[in-house]
Design a protein around this ligand. Structure first.
Ligand SMILES: [Zn+2]
Length: 433
């Protein structure tokens, strides 16, 4: 008996040892491929200025100050993507789950590099191809009937004469924050978002952010993550800022939105595990679907039910010196309008596929998405600059919401737990479906 078992045990021992050695070799190889991925991304960013959203990894991976090529080296970059992808493919079937998943995640990020390199080099694709290759998803198509049905619900909700949009704008205009009060109101809102997040997550003691007001941008707010748990949050004051945007933008850019997402990735994956690829965040990649989707879902996680209304009514509106009458109606209308955010996808699809003119696009945004004229024009300028990125806000949010509610049910602390997992791991969009 022993004679039979002994060699078997030895064999097992030997094969384990062999497996560990090959695993650690694979881990070393993966780390080296991860460095190449970062180097490549930073090199692309030397040409494509909006390619890099954040980088806080080692300086040694940054490219030399002077660009290697004077014109965008599309073919060289594509060849590098191809080479890296092939090397990673060999690791995707790795017996070690962590190595396999990390490799697969970097591979899907590289798919997005490829699409963006082609676009920057002058080779644009349809809306459908772009959303698949950049963000890993196919978004649903909605026709005018779908949006009209939602607008009809709003129609019966809003009092007074005029079109639905006119009545919605009239209601919204009660809640514009005076420019002189903006700083105080926004800081108060962010402080509340932070307090609500800290109840569930222990954040690094040194974490902080600075808040800046800017103009002439295609976006309404931006989080520039600087590493070491610090962010610069910029709020664009080109357009009027309404009470709901103070809560939404505050939470989306900060707690538990982008600032927290970037911090949790830095802490859990970069600092604790040494995964260098996470220190580099390419804007046009599947990572943005998770980032924008979670940042938008985070708003209703932090303010469930009527808590947004209560906070606006009891704290923010008095602080801004605004009358609170009709605030409940306004938030009810906004809930319906949130579904109309999907209009932006159809407008983007139409503009990118050249089935819609810019004039038609403005018409869609005003009549189906209930934007005012200046918001519609701003929305078009965002689409021109960032193309199909708009899907990350609405479809990304829907995916994050469905995933978390399926996993956690209705228990609030379970939702925060599932949300925390989403913000602390390399998650591919397909994992949410
Ligand atoms: Zn965002």
């Amino acid at each position: 008996m022993y004679k039979i078992f002994f060699p078997a045990v030895l064999l097992l021992f030997f094969s384990c040892g062999q497996k560990n050695t090959s695993n650690s070799n694979d881990a070393v190889q993966l780390n080296s491929l991860a460095e190449k991925y970062v180097r490549l991304g930073l090199a692309i960013g030397q040409y494509d200025e909006s390619f890099v959203d954040a980088y806080y990894g080692p300086d040694s991976l940054k490219p030399a100050m002077v660009k290697t090529d004077s014109v965008f080296p599309k073919d060289r970059f594509l060849a590098e993507v191809n080479m890296l992808t092939n090397d990673l493919k060999a690791l995707e079937g790795n017996a070690n789950d962590t190595i396999a998943k990390r490799s697969a995640w970097i591979t899907s990020q590289l798919k997005a590099f490829e699409r963006r390199i082609k676009l920057f080099g002058g080779d644009s694709a349809s809306f459908e191809i772009e959303t698949k290759e950049l963000y890993g998803v196919t978004v649903p198509v909605y026709d005018t009937m779908h949006f009209k049905a939602i607008a009809n619900e709003l129609d019966s909700l809003l009092p007074g004469p005029g079109t639905v949009n006119e009545r919605f704008q009239q209601l919204a205009n009660h809640f514009v924050i005076p420019k002189t009060k903006l700083d105080t109101v926004l800081k108060t809102s962010i402080a509340e978002c932070r307090k609500r997040t800290l109840k569930y997550y222990p954040l690094p003691a040194t974490e902080n952010f600075t808040l800046e007001f800017v103009t002439n941008k295609p976006w309404s707010g931006y989080n520039w993550y600087k590493g070491n748990y610090r962010s610069v949050i910029q709020i664009n004051t080109d357009l009027d800022i309404f009470i709901d945007r103070v809560i939404d933008v505050g939470s989306h850019e900060s707690y538990p939105g982008h600032h927290v997402y970037n911090m949790l990735l830095e802490k859990n994956l970069y600092r604790d595990k040494g995964w260098v690829e996470i220190s580099f965040y390419p804007l046009y990649s599947p990572q943005s679907l998770i980032a924008e989707g979670s940042a938008n879902y985070g708003i209703e996680l932090a303010f469930p039910g009527d808590e947004k209304i209560e906070f606006a009514k009891n704290v923010l509106l008095p602080l801004a010196g605004i009358d609170t009458t009709h605030i409940s109606l306004y938030f009810k209308a906004l809930e319906l309008r949130d579904e109309l955010n999907f209009v932006r996808n159809e407008v983007c699809r139409g503009l990118m596929n050249k089935t819609m003119t810019e004039k038609e696009a403005v018409y869609w945004l005003k009549n189906f998405s209930l934007m005012n004229e200046s918001a519609a024009v701003k929305s078009i300028s965002f689409i021109k600059a960032n193309r199909s990125y708009v899907i990350n806000y609405n479809y990304g949010k829907r995916m994050a919401k469905q995933y978390i509610e399926k996993k956690a049910g209705t228990a609030v602390d379970k939702k925060w737990e599932a949300f925390g997992w989403l913000l602390s791991n390399q998650v591919e969009p397909s994992a949410l479906q």
